[in-house]
Design a protein around this ligand. Structure first.
Ligand SMILES: [Fe+2]
Ligand SMILES: [Fe+2]
Length: 331
C-alpha cells in the first residue's frame, strides 16, 4: 500500500518522469505529443491516461491539469526523444523541470544549442542571434547555479565534425577551463565568455564549404580565406552591435599563439588576453578530437598530451588541466 504520492516508488521514477505544470503547459493542449500516465495511489501503480496525439476533451484537459498539480501525472522515459525535442524548442524549461536528470539535461543542451548555432551561422542577423543568445543564457544560468553540472556536458563532447558541433564542444571545454581557473566568476563574465566561445568560429560560416572540406593542402588563396575568418566573425558581431571584450577576444585571438606564430595579428605572450589563450587551448583541443577532412580524430587524452608538449604555443595552465582530466577521466 502506498502511503502518499510523495512516496512514488523508485522503480516508477526510474522509468517515468513526473511532469511539471510548466512542461505540460508547453504541450499542445488538446493533443499532447506523447503518452500520459496517471499514478493510482490505491494500487500504487501507473496507468495509461492517454496515448500520443490522442484528442482530449475539455474535461480531460482540466483533469490532467489537476493531476499534474498534485504530482500524479507522468510521462515515460522511453519517450525521452520526444520529450527532449520538445524542450529543445523551449529550452528554459530545463530550469524549471526538477524531474530531469543531469545527464538528460546535458543531452538536451547538446541537441538544442548546435541547432540554434546552425540557424545563426546560416543567417547571422539580429533576430536569429537573439534566439541563440536566449538559449546560451539558459546554459549559463544552469551552470551558474552549480558549476559541477559542466561535468555531464564534458562527457558528451560530439565526435562528428561540423561547425555547430565544434562550436558547442569548444564552449563546453572552454567553460570547464574557466570554472577551473577562475575562483570568483561574475555572471556577466561567464555570459560573455560563453557567447565568445560559442561564436569563436562564426567567420568560418562565410568560408565556402568546399574549402572547409578539402582533404588536400589548401592553396594560398584558400588559406587566405580561412585565415580571414577571425576578422570576418568580429565584423559580423560588430554589425550586430555586440563588441564585448570577451566575445571579441575569443573570436579574434583563438588562432593567436604564444610564440607569435598565429593569426591574424601575430600577437604573442601577454599581448594575447587570458580569455584568448583559454579559447585557443579549447579550440585546438576540440578540433583534434574530431575527424576532420584532413586529419583523423585523436583520443582526448592524446590530444591533451600533444597540447601540453606544444608549450611554446599554448598556455600550460589550460593544456595541463585538459590532459590531466582526460588522462584520468575525472572532470
Ligand atoms: Fe577558428
Ligand atoms: Fe574553432
Amino acid at each position: 500500500m502506498c502511503a502518499h504520492k510523495s512516496s512514488v516508488p523508485d522503480n516508477i521514477t526510474e522509468e517515468y518522469y513526473q511532469i511539471s505544470l510548466a512542461i505540460l503547459d508547453s504541450f499542445p493542449k488538446y493533443r499532447p505529443p506523447l503518452d500520459l500516465f496517471v499514478f493510482k495511489e490505491d494500487v500504487c501503480q501507473l496507468q495509461t491516461y492517454s496515448r500520443k496525439g490522442q484528442r482530449l476533451t475539455n474535461e480531460q484537459v482540466e483533469e490532467i491539469n489537476n493531476l499534474c498539480q498534485t504530482g500524479d501525472l507522468f510521462v515515460s522515459r522511453s519517450d525521452h526523444p520526444v520529450y527532449s525535442k520538445h524542450i529543445c524548442k523551449q529550452l528554459d524549461l530545463v530550469l524549471v523541470d526538477a524531474n530531469l536528470k543531469e545527464a538528460e539535461i546535458a543531452d538536451i543542451f547538446f541537441q538544442a544549442l548546435p541547432a540554434r548555432l546552425e540557424e545563426f551561422f546560416d543567417q547571422p542577423v539580429q533576430a536569429v542571434y537573439e534566439r541563440l543568445d536566449a538559449d546560451i543564457m539558459v546554459l549559463t544560468e544552469y551552470l551558474n547555479e552549480d558549476q559541477h553540472r559542466i561535468k555531464a556536458l564534458m562527457r558528451r563532447l560530439k565526435t562528428a565534425h561540423t561547425l555547430p558541433n565544434h562550436s558547442m564542444n569548444t564552449a563546453v571545454v572552454g567553460l570547464w577551463l574557466l570554472f577551473r581557473t577562475r575562483k570568483e566568476l561574475r555572471r556577466r563574465d561567464l555570459d560573455r565568455t560563453a557567447q565568445g566561445l560559442f561564436l569563436h568560429d562564426l567567420g568560418m560560416s562565410k568560408v565556402p564549404q568546399f574549402i572547409r572540406d578539402k582533404t588536400v593542402p589548401l592553396t594560398k588563396e584558400d588559406r587566405e580565406k580561412v585565415v580571414a575568418h577571425s576578422l570576418t566573425g568580429a565584423r559580423i558581431m560588430g554589425k550586430l552591435g555586440i563588441k564585448h571584450d570577451e566575445i571579441m577576444q575569443c573570436i579574434l585571438e583563438h588562432h593567436e599563439r604564444l610564440d607569435g606564430s598565429g593569426y591574424p595579428r601575430k600577437t604573442a605572450d601577454q599581448q594575447i588576453s587570458s580569455i584568448g589563450q583559454l579559447a585557443a587551448a579549447a579550440d585546438s583541443f576540440c578540433a583534434m578530437i574530431t575527424d576532420r577532412p584532413y586529419a583523423k580524430a585523436m583520443e582526448p587524452a592524446e590530444a591533451g598530451r600533444e597540447l601540453v608538449k606544444a608549450e611554446r604555443l599554448y598556455n600550460r595552465k589550460y593544456t595541463m588541466l585538459l590532459a590531466q582530466a582526460f588522462v584520468t577521466g575525472t572532470f
